[in-house]
Design a binder for this molecule. Structure first.
Ligand code: SF4
Ligand code: SF4
Length: 210
């Protein structure tokens, strides 16, 4: 049997056998996890965002509970989901070239041009992405590079929580990724299949018409 470590999660004393992730420690505590779980340990959904203070440290760090090892005397607070008060509604299909994508950045994310380069988003990102640079590249119109930076984004929203200019960096990155994919990543076999469906040669369930 491994060492039993004790930590606090959302104000509760939790004991778990090491090694364990924070998420596994929360599960071991027996509480029903009805929020802050999504992919259950794959590190791809961003739902288990939390604040962490390690023993002996004054600084509070952001983390994904599924990817962060539980430590003795660690203090953890999960961050519940917050509803965007200013959702960005745009039509990707209406963005037909990079000029229009540049306009879309100005229209839907006007705050991005006012980034104060505080690096708060970089520090908050549990995936270690260069979020600030991704915002700057989006504003500068280097969309392929910006999309590449946000490729590993799990939409945990921690950068948005950290941004004093309310830029919503991950949502900006998502729009750029969507637009770049729509404008450039069109697999030939997919195009051929869609074309066949349009011409009524194939049905969507791939049953060839007689
Ligand atoms: S870019 Fe923002 S939303 Fe994406 S993983 Fe990093 S902190 Fe989370
Ligand atoms: S937190 Fe906001 S203002 Fe600060 S560097 Fe990141 S995007 Fe810019």
């Amino acid at each position: 049997m491994g060492e039993i470590i004790h930590l606090r999660i959302d104000g509760r004393d939790v004991a778990v056998e090491a090694p364990a992730s924070i998420l596994q420690a929360a599960l071991a505590d027996g509480a029903a996890l009805t929020a802050n779980v999504g992919c259950m340990g794959q590190g791809v959904c961003g739902a288990c965002r939390c604040l962490v203070r390690r023993d002996g440290e004054r600084q509070i760090a952001t983390a994904l509970a599924c990817e962060t090892r539980a430590e003795a005397a660690m203090q953890v607070s999960f961050i519940d989901y917050f509803t965007p008060d200013r959702p960005h509604r745009y039509d990707i299909a209406a963005i037909r070239d990079l000029w229009q994508l540049s306009d879309a950045v100005d229209t839907y994310f006007p705050e991005a041009a006012h980034c104060r380069h505080c690096s708060g988003c970089d520090r908050a990102c549990p995936k270690g992405l260069s979020v600030q640079q991704g915002v700057a590249l989006s504003v500068a119109g280097d969309f392929a590079a910006a999309a590449a930076i946000f490729e590993q984004c799990v939409m945990c929203n921690l950068c948005t929580l950290a941004c004093p200019e309310r830029i919503w960096p991950n949502h900006l990155g998502l729009m750029v990724r969507r637009a770049i994919a729509a404008l450039t990543l069109r697999p030939s076999d997919l195009i051929r299949r869609l074309n066949e469906i349009e011409r009524d040669v194939m049905t969507p369930d791939q049953t060839e018409r007689a």
